[in-house]
Design a protein around this ligand. Structure first.
Ligand SMILES: [Zn+2]
Length: 423
């Protein structure tokens, strides 16, 4: 099977082998060299500004510094995150009350940091986009529009707006679209037109199939962002299976899945129908940043695990002349770097432990391997650690090492990309 074969081929030889496998592409070796193109995509899962995350971002470490260690890996033509929050800075909770902790909103400080880090594609079709009603999602869309560096997936701005977004990178026409199968407070969605791409039944799936077929026929690469599945479940649910079948039928190239908050296995599916290439389904990318699993017992460690997925799409030019679909996708390769959400008190001094304020927490996504190496080094070299600090660090190291193994069990060892940790 084509996609299975190509996964293991070193980057350099991939397109060349594809040329021999599919001899129909009648180009000389020189022309082939000139007519191949690559698109790169980096993607991470759920970003949730829980109250402790927001407190940490204001008092301990700002958002950009939170992401800065990952910046070298969040590179590519497309850099994707599921923004599981509204951007609704103006909202004031009623007097004598605070926001409910499970309603999410942030200011554009977060967007500034995402932009600076390199993110350029944000999905907002998720179950929290209606947390602050009509006003909340409209404000989110308006603010994101102002920050025009972001391609926003998952919403329809007006009734005549066709779902999906087109981007052209390196001459390749890319179609992107985002959907959610979960929507909290769905009764708050405006009735005049479906604002969020929300899939709740067969009619929506039929519309989805029509929209995907239309995007397929006019784009070289088709990417679907999918907020689906059961929260905290390591396996996909029944609806996922139906949707995967629909995506295969309509010719989707890659699915970026999120919402379960834990990692799920990646599927590399064979070609189906007229499409020559297979389909890559990243069923759940896990959490990118949240306060989930902060209690640290073993059962919640998966909520602290995530990954940066790096995908390369290889194309060959089919025609010298611009046409609807000028390029053919001939190979897809993917790799991942395990992530971990660091979530601990900045120091174990008596004052911090007694106060246990959110502002004393250090919360940030880090490369799992580098976190392990850093703690090993601290245990090895620092004789000044108190017995209490040493105890916590050893406990943390135990969970981190277990997590590194578990992430590889879920995502496979052959696609693991080792991190280059800073000294
Ligand atoms: Zn969700």
């Amino acid at each position: 099977m084509f996609s299975e074969q190509i996964r293991f081929i070193p980057l350099f030889f991939g397109p060349l082998l594809v040329f021999f496998l599919f001899g129909k592409v009648s180009l000389s070796a020189k022309a082939l060299q000139q007519n191949k193109r690559t698109i790169t995509l980096s993607a991470v899962g759920d970003l949730i500004p829980h109250i402790p995350v927001k407190a940490a971002a204001r008092q301990s470490i700002n958002y950009h510094d939170m992401f800065s260690d990952l910046q070298d890996y969040l590179r590519g033509d497309l850099v994707f995150v599921n923004l599981e929050t509204t951007i609704f800075p103006q909202h004031q909770p009623p007097a004598n009350s605070v926001d409910w902790p499970m309603f999410f909103r942030e200011s554009d400080d977060l967007l500034r940091a995402l932009k600076k880090t390199g993110f350029n594609v944000l999905n907002i079709a998720n179950n929290h986009i209606m947390d602050y009603g009509n006003e909340g999602w409209q404000q989110t869309v308006a603010i994101l529009k102002k920050w025009n560096n972001f391609t926003v997936l998952g919403i329809r701005r007006h009734p005549r707006h066709l779902p999906g977004v087109t981007l052209v990178r390196n001459g390749i026409k890319i179609g992107l679209i985002g959907y959610t199968t979960n929507l909290n407070l769905r009764h708050r969605m405006p009735v005049e037109y479906p604002a969020v791409h929300y899939i709740q039944g067969l009619p929506d799936m039929e519309q989805m199939a029509r929209d995907l077929s239309r995007l397929r026929s006019t784009h070289d690469l088709l990417i679907v962002s999918m907020h689906w599945g059961e929260e905290y479940s390591p396996e996909p649910d029944g609806l996922n299976q139906k949707l995967i079948h629909l995506f295969q039928e309509t010719g989707v190239d890659v699915v970026l899945g999120h919402h379960p908050h834990v990692l799920q296995p990646v599927l590399s599916l064979p070609p189906s129908g007229k499409k020559k290439g297979g389909m890559l389904v990243i069923q759940s990318m896990g959490n990118f940043l949240s306060n989930q699993g902060q209690g640290f017992p073993n059962t919640t460690a998966p909520l602290r695990q995530g990954a940066i997925f790096q995908i390369q799409f290889h194309f060959l030019q089919k025609s010298e002349f611009p046409s609807k679909k000028q390029f053919e996708l001939v190979g897809v390769q993917w790799q991942y770097l395990p992530l971990w959400t660091r979530n601990r008190y900045r120091s174990l001094d008596k004052e911090s432990v007694v106060k246990r304020g959110f502002d004393r927490r250090d919360i940030q996504p880090v490369l799992l391997l580098c976190e392990i190496q850093q703690i090993q080094e601290q245990l090895r070299s620092s004789s000044a650690l108190s017995w209490q600090e040493r105890f916590y660090k050893q406990k943390e190291l135990f969970f981190l090492t277990q997590s590194y193994q578990r992430v590889q069990e879920v995502l496979g060892r052959e696609n693991l990309l080792p991190a280059r940790c800073r000294p």
